[in-house]
Design a protein around this ligand. Structure first.
Ligand code: H79
Length: 612
């Protein structure tokens, strides 16, 4: 299932496993050539100024919440083939069940989603508080959800449904001020000859040249999409083996949409506008980059009739708050069925998120990332101008406190208290008291009504929030042991954390990347070192060492395999780590990486050894 796949490592193995024509690496390079001139960038936005970029991305940065829609022919089998449930996402069924091209194409005449109502879908998005929408114009199965001149396998030519969902939906969005976007799978296409396929082609009808496919189908379809539906977002996916010429062909029509926002999945090193963490929330965001977490509402993107593992509206809302606090957007998916209906349990959860946003949206929309890495309560912070918003998931028993805020508080108020203050207007709100103690810590009074999902509070300051957060210096737990987790780690290189407080450090595909923590040892002592880690079979055997304050401690480890990237085990290193009293920097540094990645690391624990 998608849930237990090595999220941190999805894209790399995908690129490696695709069966394609020989790559440049496999072609013998001519010897003794003059060094190649760096080629001009193929990124259409490479030359814009910061001001131009800020203007282009303004709406996206303010939007914070969007609807992803995966809708296509795969809604017909709905996760089942020949009466058997098929694993993986519903939109992957053709590949997962290795369905022959002709058999899959035979689904098209059965696809007649007469209940499709673009107005109703756009209304669901609007009621959820979503400010943009991205729909699959063509997924990996190669079926275009719009009548296309550039490929015969599409909703206009191949189905009894004689309508154009993209035209209807883009119009319904425009009416409501919702930005309209399209997803387009530019490399994988399991129907057209030459299209790429994860794991290789399984039907001769798929064979052909990828670059010819891009020229004949993908690039012309992208042009059709940009000129006909005038999308604000273009969402590429699974880039593989895209040559410079492919990229140029695919982006040739960008000139028609100068304000287009395109993600980082085009290929050939094009960075695009947005980072796209899939199915996870990066623990520390992507400082300096715009980003968007895309996530399923259950465990599939495309409709599966048996998947009822819906996330609660509480966790969806808190995900949105978490993402906003890290400066990102939440692109939350729905998977409409073959009749054209968004499953009612999905619509219902979106309505509930929307109800919370209606009351507390000021703490989300048009905000920027939290100035805090950690808060002393379960919750998150965001910033808008001179206002610091706190979203408190669980009101602390001992009252709400906040340290490190240097900017004076002018006024503290509840963001939502429509019940406590019946006549609500711009200048009617519930005021909260703020007391500053001798240590400079703020104590904020409790609003009369707490929200079960998250209580939003606004601290209006005399200027933009200045925060002096004490460096994350980890103190021992009551039993004398130290727990060094992902959220407190300092990451070097391209390492990323995911999953918040209980998260892990992943994407460890470069052995030059290291991770460190700062600890404060109350007294000199010796510690056993334990790792909470995972490592998929095939990637085991990486070795690493532990440094203390830049010096080699002599401690070494070798990573054994666990069942999968999501199966965590504990390993104890041979020997002990000696720490003198005081502050130290501990660094875990790979020495060799024979496989794809070093490991996923949840935490390092130091357990004190009794003096002999
Ligand atoms: O459209 C959604 C996914 O279908 C698509 N991106 C999101 C937005 C996506 N395509 N590929 N991937 C994500 C990553 C690859 C996942 C894989 Fe697998 C893991 C390919 C093989 C193992 C999932 C599990 C698909 C097949 C088995």
């Amino acid at each position: 299932m998608m849930k237990s796949t090595p999220r941190a490592l999805l894209i790399a193995p995908l690129a490696m496993a695709l069966s394609l024509a020989p790559t440049h690496a496999q072609t013998a390079a001519p010897a003794a050539q003059a060094p190649a001139q760096p080629l001009p960038s193929v990124d259409p936005h490479a030359n814009e100024t910061k001001a131009q970029r800020d203007a282009r991305l303004k709406w996206f940065r303010e939007a914070r919440f969007g609807m992803f829609i995966h809708w296509g022919l795969y809604a017909v089998p709905a996760g089942e083939w020949n009466g058997q449930p098929v694993g993986n996402g519903g939109e992957w069924i053709m590949n997962s069940a290795k369905i022959p091209v002709a058999d899959y194409a035979a689904l098209a005449p059965q696809f007649n989603p007469t209940k499709f109502d673009a107005e109703a879908w756009a209304q669901i998005a609007q009621d959820a508080g979503m400010r943009y929408l991205v729909i699959t114009a063509k997924h990996h199965d190669g079926f275009a959800m719009f009548p296309s001149q550039a490929g015969g396998f599409n909703i206009g030519a191949s189905t009894p449904f004689k309508r154009d969902p993209l035209a209807e939906l883009s119009a319904a969005c425009r009416k409501r001020g919702i930005k309209f976007g399209v997803y387009y799978s530019q490399a994988q296409d399991w129907h057209q000859p030459g299209g790429a396929a994860y794991g290789g082609h399984w039907d001769k009808a798929q064979d052909g040249d990828l670059h010819a496919y891009v020229r004949a189908v993908a690039a012309p379809q992208v042009r059709e999409l940009l000129t006909t539906y005038k999308p604000a977002v273009l969402w590429w996916d699974t880039p593989v083996e895209m040559s410079r010429e492919d990229i140029q062909a695919l982006t040739a029509a960008f000139a028609q949409r100068p304000d287009l926002i395109a993600n980082n999945r085009l290929g050939n090193g094009v960075k695009g506008d947005t980072e796209t963490p899939e199915q996870f929330i990066p623990a520390q965001g992507f400082p300096g980059r715009d980003w968007e977490t895309c996530m399923t509402i259950n465990d599939t993107w495309g409709f599966k009739k048996d998947d009822t593992n819906f996330k609660s509206s509480e966790s969806l809302t808190r995900n949105l708050i978490d993402i906003a606090s890290k400066g990102g957007n939440y692109l939350l998916n729905v998977g409409p069925d073959a009749t054209g209906t968004i499953p009612p349990p999905e619509a219902e959860r979106l309505r509930e998120v929307g109800a919370w946003l209606k009351r507390n949206g000021a703490s989300i929309y048009a905000t920027t990332a939290s100035p805090y890495k950690r808060l002393p309560f379960e919750g998150r912070a965001t910033v808008k101008g001179n206002t610091l918003y706190l979203n408190v998931f669980k009101w602390p028993e001992g009252g709400l406190t906040l340290s490190g805020l240097q900017t004076p508080v002018r006024l503290a108020r509840a963001v939502d208290n429509t019940e406590a203050v019946p006549v609500r207007s711009a200048n009617r709100f519930e005021k909260l008291s703020v007391r500053k103690d001798a240590a400079g810590t703020l104590h904020i009074s409790k609003p009369s009504k707490l929200d079960a999902v998250s209580t939003a509070i606004a601290l209006e300051l005399t200027g933009p929030p200045q925060v002096l957060e004490p460096e994350t210096l980890l103190a021992p737990q009551p039993d004398g042991s130290f727990k060094l987790g992902a959220i407190d780690a300092t990451l070097q290189g391209s390492l990323k954390t995911e999953g918040g407080d209980k998260g892990n450090i992943g994407f460890w595909t470069d052995a030059a990347d290291a991770v460190s923590w700062k600890v404060a040892a109350p007294a000199a002592g010796k510690y056993l070192v334990l790792l909470d880690y995972s490592c998929e079979p095939g990637s085991q055997g990486s070795t690493f060492g532990i440094e203390v304050d830049g010096g080699d401690s002599g401690l070494r480890g070798t990573v054994p395999a666990t069942a999968s990237w999501s199966d965590y085990k504990t390993m104890t290193l041979d020997g002990t780590l000696a720490l003198s009293a005081g502050k130290h920097t501990l660094r875990l540094k790979p020495l060799a990486k024979p496989g794809l990645a070093v490991m996923n690391l949840r935490s390092l624990s130091l357990t004190p050894q009794k003096a002999q």
